[in-house]
Structures are given as structure tokens and as C-alpha cells.
Design a protein around this ligand. Structure first.
Ligand SMILES: [Zn+2]
Length: 255
């Protein structure tokens, strides 16, 4: 049994065959899903999917790439109402992304910190996105540690992994860990305690190595499981068992 702790099944790329996507995932052993709402439209779309199915939970936050366009006090108030609905298992994805440009760096940091505090006040874990912003994100996290949640799409080395673990986070392991070029990330995964790893697809993005370049979907998590098992020198079954237990603990899931 596997839990995909980070997927975007509300995106248009799943609108034609979502039932088939869930069916293939079930055949591959995926028994739970955390849908990640990245902006208010996505909060509603993920809510519709979650209400129609069992073992589908949702997180909501404002993605750093949307901060320039959408961040203001009204957005923060809307997120507060989402949290108060009691339907969320996490706040996210939130964070800092300086990959394309750092024009909005200050605004991204403000939005990240405000949403992090909102989550902590509500007792919810956070789902953190960072790209080209490791030190910026760690600065914020260290000021508010311990931080419950996950460093989503972990693609760093052991130094960054250790820093994430030290502030209290879990590591979200997905397709990147299967890429031949990701030796440093696999080494970080090998050194991390198994009880701090979570599985995620980030579907439709980042399909794992055997299906790299295709639309990613939860069924493909089996490839990630095999890579993590090989990296850690344990069986695929024990990776499934450990990471599912971790997902249940971090997000408070009932499966
Ligand atoms: Zn995502």
C-alpha cells in the first residue's frame, strides 16, 4: 500500500481520463492521495475530486510562482477560511522559487512566512516547494522550528537533507530520485532515517526514469519505491510500509 503525498490531479491534463488514472493507481497499490491546491481555483477543483472519492485528502496554499499575481491580505484571509473548514490535511504548497527570476523574492518570502505561521497556528503540517532557494527557505524555517511537514520534491544533497530534517521536516521523494544524474540525492535518501521519507509523484510532472518525459501519474510511484528500496538496501514492501506509516503520521490520515 502506497500513499502519493503530492499530486495535482485537478490539472487539465487529467480531465479526460481521471477515472482511469485512479484505477491504474489502485492496481499499482496506491491507496491514498494528497491533492495539492496551488491557488484558489485549484482549492475548489481539488475539493470537488476529494469529495467524490475515499482516501483522497487535500492541502491548500499559494504556490510561490503565483505570489506576484495573487498574494495579498485577501488571499491570506481566504486561506484562513480553508483551514477553518477543517477539510485540509496540510497547508501548501508554499515556499520560494527563484529559478526563473528573483524579482519577487521579498514578496515570496513574505507569503511563505505568513502561510507557514497560519499553518502552525492551526496545528497543520506544511508542504514546501523550493527551487534555487535552499538558503532562503532554511532561514525562514529555522526561525520557526520545529516545522512539521515535508520538503516536497526533494532534490538536494545530504547537507540540505540534514538541514531539513533538523528543522523537523520529512523529505518528499519522487521521480527525481530515479534519474541517473541524481546520485547526490540518492545518497541523501540513503542517509536519511526511513521514518522521515514520504513518497510523492508531483503528477503530472517529473515522471520517474522508465517513463520519464510522459505525463506522470500515481501508478508510476512503484518505480520510485523500487529505487528507494535499492538505494536503502531494503525490500520494496518495507519502503511501502514505512512511507505509508509516515504519511499517516505527518498528515493525520485515516486509511
Ligand atoms: Zn506540486
Amino acid at each position: 500500500m502506497i500513499v502519493d503525498t503530492h499530486c495535482h490531479l485537478d490539472f487539465d491534463r487529467f480531465s479526460d481520463d481521471l477515472d482511469d488514472v485512479f484505477a491504474r493507481a489502485a492496481d499499482a497499490g496506491v491507496a491514498g492521495y494528497v491533492l495539492i491546491g496551488i491557488n484558489p481555483d485549484s482549492w475548489r477543483a481539488t475539493q470537488v475530486i476529494a469529495e467524490q472519492r475515499s482516501n483522497v485528502w487535500r492541502a491548500a496554499g499559494l504556490h510561490p510562482n503565483s505570489v506576484s499575481e495573487l498574494w495579498d491580505t485577501g488571499l491570506l484571509a481566504a486561506l484562513q477560511r480553508e483551514v477553518e473548514s477543517g477539510e485540509l490535511v496540510a497547508v501548501g504548497e508554499i515556499g520560494v522559487d527563484l529559478y526563473r527570476s528573483d524579482d519577487s523574492r521579498e514578496l515570496q518570502l513574505e507569503a511563505f512566512e505568513a502561510q507557514l505561521l497560519l499553518a502552525q497556528n492551526a496545528g497543520l503540517p506544511v508542504v514546501i516547494h523550493q527551487r534555487a532557494a535552499e538558503s532562503e527557505v532554511l532561514d525562514v524555517l529555522r526561525r520557526h522550528q520545529p516545522v512539521a511537514g515535508v520538503m516536497h520534491c526533494f532534490s538536494g544533497d545530504w547537507d540540505f537533507a540534514r538541514a531539513c530534517l533538523e528543522v523537523g521536516l520529512h523529505l518528499g521523494v519522487g521521480g527525481i530520485a530515479t534519474f541517473p544524474s541524481a546520485a547526490a540525492t540518492r545518497e541523501a535518501i540513503r542517509q536519511a532515517p526511513l521514518d522521515r521519507l514520504l513518497l510523492e509523484t508531483d503528477a503530472p510532472f517529473l515522471a520517474p526514469q522508465p517513463v520519464r518525459g510522459k505525463r506522470n501519474e500515481p501508478a508510476y510511484l512503484a518505480h520510485v519505491v523500487d529505487t528507494v528500496a535499492g538505494t536503502c538496501g531494503v525490500s520494496s514492501a518495507s519502503i511501502e510500509e514505512e512511507t505509508t506509516r509516515n504519511a499517516i503520521n505527518v498528515f493525520g490520515l485515516t486509511i
